[in-house]
Every structure is written in structure tokens, then in C-alpha cells.
Ligand binder design. Structure first.
Ligand code: BLA
Length: 510
């Protein structure tokens, strides 16, 4: 069964979602070559051109589009050059009959894809005028938490989705809803974890290039693109399309959740997908291209503000760690020995790197405070740390998993951060953290994220998103990146102290 499970998930990663051959029915699509010859049309183009769309294939688009519109599109194609981005034109009289449309045009292979949507004449046409104040409000957030909550609230205000979430990926591809704004009628997903397989690898890769996708109606029959294979025999690559129909497996997933419409906006961090702004609606929801463009722009600004807030936090931690260095050096310069000052300086460390116990050898003596293993167990641990090749800072939030003898004392000290403070092997200062019962709340059992369907090896996403609690024992709270880098500077300070003290001892002896 385990083997089957793996086959399933990797199959999931292989589904070619970018060449699905269909679009959603809220817009029209055609593709043309660089000499304007039409290669593909979506079969709903009848309502746009008033004739059988199959008859358009092989004709020049210049026969059907208004001269002024052609001029605009041509200019945008020149702007695009060899870029792989999407050019947008709003409120254009595409056919010369007075009807206004919004356009997206982008290259796909050796062709260009033109996507057409009705232009919305509502209040929300001018997206700059409403994204700008949203961003100003976000800027005022005091913390990362506030920033995320505020972003979710503003995005819901702009779009009207029933649920807007900030979803952050974890190292292994699973993720957590870290902030949310909901209409009072729907359940909260905040704090829920979702397994990596809910968003397969090829989808995540695609979402780093095309930053917004909307599924307007899970019951939309969708529209085929004609013909299936283009002039070179390949299906049309819809990677950068905004109308692309989505994977039937994902549609099933949304149906199982009871969701009718979904949108997600990528949150990028230096070229990597950090998370998503994920939105649900319990009825179909079509958003105009200009509102979607506003959402995309808002997402990009949000990503920058988020990075800025996190950098502020890191800088504050770094300043704290510099102050710690100064404090320790001042104490040593004042003539105090490290041994006498041990209590004081471990207290200073605690402000920068919180811990429940600390132990180590100082001037050849074993010292321990708080929740730590005893001296005999510590000696074994130090030998393990030596063999683990820990010449720099080494940390774990689950020592029992890598060093079996620790299982006898993990109830006191489940996590540790070791700082080697001299070249001689057993000189470590080790900070310990007690076991923290960690409960992870999953939206459904992550082991059962996929089921084999009634038709054999066909994939079906899980049916239940009921809260499923995973209890993990033997873990402490994790050591953060900031704490580990503070520990690295602290180790250098302590090395310096140890050297000075031994120099001083030498000088006395001579
Ligand atoms: C796509 N899965 C997605 C997307 C999201 C999720 C956000 C992007 C499309 C969208 O915006 O709806 C998952 N949605 C979530 C999660 C939350 C949410 C985690 O709201 C949390 C709050 N899905 C499965 C399994 C498979 C699968 C088992 O559960 C595969 C076997 C596939 N998910 C799948 C595929 C896509 C997808 C193929 C790509 C859809 C596409 O873009 O065509």
C-alpha cells in the first residue's frame, strides 16, 4: 500500500496542467503566428465574431480586428520583445463595433496568445486608485502577523471572496494558513496545515511564473481550444494564460471542500514561492481582468512589505546579539572570571536565545542550570557531538531522534543548541529546551491525502477536510534561523573569552 501511495503522488506531479487544451468560459482565446495567421481559437468565439470559429483558422487576424485595436496590439508585441510576460490592454474596442474588451497578450512558443474578456464598466475599473490606499494601510502594520491579517482583510474587501487566507509553505512543501479574513457564515481555516501533495510540484513551479489564477466556477463545463494540435503538432502551451481551465483533480478537491470558486495569488520571495494568498467562494465568482490585475499588483507589494518586516525583525535580533557580545566582553575585561560570571551571562544569553537549561564545562568545571541532563549523560552527549563533527553551532529540536541514549532525558531536554567554545573536543556550552507537546492541526489526515478511486489507480483527492490532530512527542520548540545565527556570533565571542582567559593564566604563570 505504501508503494501505491508513492506512485500516486508522483503521478500527481506529472499531470501536464499547462497543456490542458481548454479555457474557462468567462473569456475567449485565440492564438496567431507572428504574421497574424490564426492558429487556435476557443470554440466559444462564435459569440465574439458571429461565425463558426473553426472557419477562422488559417485566416489573418487583421481581417477581423479593428484597425486601431490592431495597432495597439502590435505596439504591445513590440514592447514584449523577447520577454515572456503578459501585456494588458483595458477597455479597447476590439472589433470596431463599440463593445469594449480587456485584452491580455503573451508569447507561447512561436505564437502569440490573445485573451479577451468583456470590459467591466463598474466602479472598480481604475485599479491603481484602490490598490494604492490598500498598500498604504499595509505599510502601517506593526508586525508580520498584523501585516498578514491586514492583507487578507483588504483582499477580501477588494474581491468579495467568502474566505481569504495567507498560506505559507513549510520546508517540505506542506503549508499552514497563518492569517485569514472570513465572511461570518463560513468556517475558519486559520492554523490548519495542508500536506504538500495538495499543490503538486509542477503547479508550484508554474505559479512562480504566472502569479494569479482564478477558477470562477467549479461547475463550468469549460471550452475546448481548436484544433488540439497547432501547426507544429504540439498542443498550445497555456502556462501564462489567465483563462486556462484547471486540472480535474483540483476541481474535485474544491468540490470535496464545498467550494464553488477559488483564486490564488503567488507570494514570491527572491524568485521562490513563499506562499499564496488563497481565496474561496461558496458561489461562482467572476472577477474582471482589472480587479484581478489589482489583486496581482497588491500581492507583489505585499510580498515586498513582508520581506521588509521580516528583515526588520532579523536586524533587531542582530542588534541584540551585538549587545550581548559587548556585555560579555565588558565583564571579562572587568577582571571577572567566566566561572564567577556564569549565572549572569547565561541570563544575558536567555534574552537573545530563550532556553530552559544550560550546561557546559567552564575552566575545567562542569556547570549546569535549569533543565539539563546530568554530568554523566552530558559527557556521553559531548562525545556524540564530537562524532557528529559539530565544529560550529549544532542544533536539533528532537535529540532523541538522532541520539538514542537521549531518550532517557528528553522529558527534561528535548531540544538542544550546542556551541563548541574551544579547540579541545569536549568544551561545549549547550542550551537546552524542554519538550513541548506539539499538536499539528491538519485539514484531514495527511496520510490519506490521496485515495485510490473506484476505477482503480485513478487519483482522487481526499473527501474530508475535518480537523485531524497529529500529536508529536519528543520535540522542543524549534530553534529559529535568527537564534542559530545569534548562537554562531555568541560562539565566536566565547572563543575569544576562552583564549583571553587562558592567555591571562599563562601570563600569571610566567
Ligand atoms: C492546485 N491546490 C491547487 C491550488 C491550491 C491548492 C490553492 C491552486 C489553484 C487554486 O487557486 O485553487 C490547494 N487550496 C489549496 C490549499 C488550500 C487551498 C492547500 O485553499 C489551503 C487553504 N490536489 C490534491 C491531490 C492532487 C492535487 C491529491 O489534493 C493530485 C493528485 C492536485 N492541486 C492539484 C493540481 C493543481 C492543484 C493538479 C493545479 C491546478 C491547476 O492550476 O491546473
Amino acid at each position: 500500500a505504501e508503494g501505491m501511495h508513492r506512485v500516486d503522488l508522483s503521478t500527481c506531479d506529472l499531470e501536464p496542467i499547462h497543456i490542458i487544451g481548454r479555457i474557462q468560459s468567462f473569456g475567449w482565446l485565440l492564438s496567431f503566428s507572428s504574421d497574424w495567421i490564426i492558429n487556435h481559437v476557443s470554440l466559444n468565439c462564435e459569440t465574439l465574431f458571429g461565425r463558426d470559429p473553426r472557419d477562422l483558422i488559417g485566416h489573418s487576424a487583421t481581417e477581423f480586428l479593428a484597425a486601431e485595436a490592431l495597432h495597439d496590439i502590435r505596439t504591445r508585441l513590440q514592447i514584449l520583445g523577447s520577454a515572456t510576460t503578459v501585456e494588458r490592454i483595458f477597455a479597447i474596442d476590439l472589433l470596431g463595433d463599440g463593445r469594449l474588451f480587456d485584452l491580455a497578450v503573451h508569447p507561447s512558443g512561436r505564437s502569440f496568445v490573445l485573451e479577451v474578456e468583456p470590459h467591466e464598466n463598474g466602479r472598480r475599473r481604475d485599479f491603481v486608485s484602490y490598490v494604492r490606499p490598500m498598500i498604504e494601510r499595509l505599510r502601517q502594520s506593526a508586525s508580520v502577523e498584523q501585516l498578514c491579517a491586514s492583507a487578507a482583510r483588504h483582499l477580501r474587501g477588494l474581491t468579495g471572496f467568502d474566505r481569504v487566507m495567507i498560506y505559507r509553505f513549510e520546508g517540505d512543501g506542506a503549508g499552514e494558513v497563518i492569517a485569514e479574513s472570513i465572511n461570518g457564515m463560513v468556517d475558519s481555516f486559520k492554523g490548519l496545515h495542508f500536506p504538500a501533495s495538495d499543490i503538486p510540484a509542477q503547479a508550484r513551479r508554474l505559479y512562480t511564473r504566472n502569479l494569479l489564477r482564478i477558477i470562477s466556477d467549479v461547475d463550468d463545463p469549460t471550452v475546448p481550444i481548436h484544433p488540439t494540435a497547432g501547426p507544429n503538432g504540439d498542443p498550445l502551451d497555456l502556462s501564462m494564460s489567465g483563462l486556462r481551465a484547471v486540472s480535474p483533480i483540483h476541481i474535485e478537491y474544491l468540490r470535496n471542500m464545498g467550494v464553488k470558486a477559488s483564486m490564488s495569488v503567488s507570494i514570491m520571495r527572491r524568485g521562490k514561492l513563499w506562499g499564496l494568498m488563497a481565496c474561496h467562494h461558496y458561489a461562482p465568482l467572476v472577477l474582471s481582468y482589472s480587479v484581478r490585475t489589482a489583486c496581482e499588483l497588491f500581492g507583489e507589494f505585499f510580498a515586498y512589505l513582508l520581506e521588509q518586516k521580516e528583515t526588520d525583525f532579523t536586524l533587531e535580533k542582530r542588534a541584540q546579539s551585538l549587545r550581548l557580545h559587548d556585555e560579555i566582553m565588558a565583564r571579562v575585561a572587568g577582571g571577572g572570571s567566566l566561572l564567577e560570571a556564569f549565572d549572569d551571562f547565561t541570563e544575558s544569553i536567555r534574552h537573545v536565545i530563550p532556553f530552559d537549561g544550560v550546561a557546559g564545562w567552564v575552566d575545567g568545571r562542569f556547570l549546569a542550570h535549569g533543565a539539563t541532563p546530568d554530568q554523566r549523560d552530558f559527557e556521553k552527549l559531548a562525545r556524540f557531538l564530537n562524532t557528529a563533527g559539530a565544529s560550529t553551532v549544532w542544533s536539533t529540536d528532537n535529540i532523541g531522534a538522532v541520539f538514542a541514549p537521549a531518550r532517557e532525558w528528553v522529558d527534561r531536554a528535548a531540544g538542544l543548541l550546542a556551541l563548541p567554545v574551544s579547540r579541545s573536543p569536549r568544551d561545549y556550552i549547550v542550551l537546552f529546551r524542554s519538550e513541548a507537546l506539539r499538536e499539528v492541526n491538519w485539514a484531514g489526515n495527511p496520510e490519506k491525502a490521496v485515495e485510490l478511486g473506484p476505477l482503480g489507480a485513478r487519483l482522487t483527492p481526499r473527501k474530508s477536510f475535518e480537523l485531524w490532530k497529529e500529536e508529536r512527542s519528543g520535540f522542543s520548540l524549534p530553534w529559529t534561523d535568527e537564534e542559530i545565527s545569534a548562537a554562531e556570533s555568541l560562539r565566536i565571542t566565547l572563543l575569544e573569552v576562552v583564549l583571553r582567559l587562558s592567555d591571562a593564566a599563562h601570563a600569571e604563570r610566567e
